[in-house]
Design a binder for this molecule. Structure first.
Ligand code: DHB
Ligand code: MG
Length: 244
């Protein structure tokens, strides 16, 4: 039994057949997340519905925590982002935070592999009244990104990379072709319960993060840091980067 299902999908079960918490979390971490989420974040009905509908996707509970969604939205606003690109839609929970952050004249493009997940996301965005400012693009994210590159898409101001982790380096490379100077990059799930420090896990998701870090270091125009997080999603973290 491992902490996370080998394919990163579905509900993992122990050898005894009981469900395993994919995001092991301390009660104290949860209490703090719940306190700040209730006190500060105050999700409305559309956000709650989007979060709940994660259970209808191929990867339940993988959406960002409410306080992380709010953080992403605030980052987009602080950056003055009008155009946001997202790798990995699922039910569109973080998409909704971004869509609200860019405002009525803004645009969010979000890549989702599974049509069934995209349908859930579109419903959530419609319910929230922001569907007209979001493109949910179905297909492999690398191919969808390449299409935008080939079309000479208008550059994005903020990119959120939160899809299949082994492809992180590919998504970073694409993001760098689709952003302007000053653009903000956020990459989710880069700590993975501390596994990121181990070069020998053989876990392609950890390797995807470590290669991403190498690529950021090697890039001449990226300033970056990483922040560990604990909370209802367990122990994880994010990378924040900016193009010079
Ligand atoms: C996984 C993916 C996510 O985007 C996330 O937030 C948590 C876990 C995963 O692949 O296990
Ligand atoms: Mg994530």
């Amino acid at each position: 039994m491992s902490a996370v299902a080998a394919d990163g999908r579905g509900e993992e079960r122990s050898e005894q057949g009981t469900p395993v918490n994919r995001y092991p979390s301390e009660p104290a971490w949860r209490a703090v997340d719940e306190y700040f989420t209730e006190a500060l974040v105050r999700e409305d009905a559309a956000l709650i519905a989007a979060r709940d509908s994660g259970s209808e996707t191929t990867m339940p509970n993988a959406e960002v925590a409410p306080n992380q969604g709010a953080f992403l939205g605030l980052l987009a606003q602080i950056a003055g982002a009008r155009r946001v690109l997202e790798f990995g839609t699922l039910a569109g929970y973080s998409t909704l935070w971004c869509a609200r952050a860019v405002g009525a004249d803004g645009r969010v493009v979000t890549f989702e592999l599974e049509e069934t997940n995209a349908a859930v996301a579109r419903r959530n965005l419609e319910r929230a009244g922001v569907a007209d400012r979001v493109d949910v693009v179905v297909g492999a994210a690398a191919a969808s990104a390449q299409r935008l590159i080939d079309e000479g898409a208008e550059p994005f101001d903020l990119v959120f990379i939160d899809a299949d982790k082994p492809s992180n380096p590919v998504y970073l490379a694409a993001a760098l072709q689709l952003t302007r100077s000053g653009a903000v990059l956020v990459i989710d799930n880069v700590v993975r319960q501390g596994a990121v420090v181990r070069a020998d896990t053989g876990d392609p998701r950890v390797e995807g993060v470590r290669r991403l870090v190498d690529d950021i270091v090697a890039h001449p125009d990226l300033d970056a840091t990483a922040i560990q997080t604990v909370g209802i999603k367990g122990w994880d973290g994010l990378i924040l980067a900016r193009r010079r």
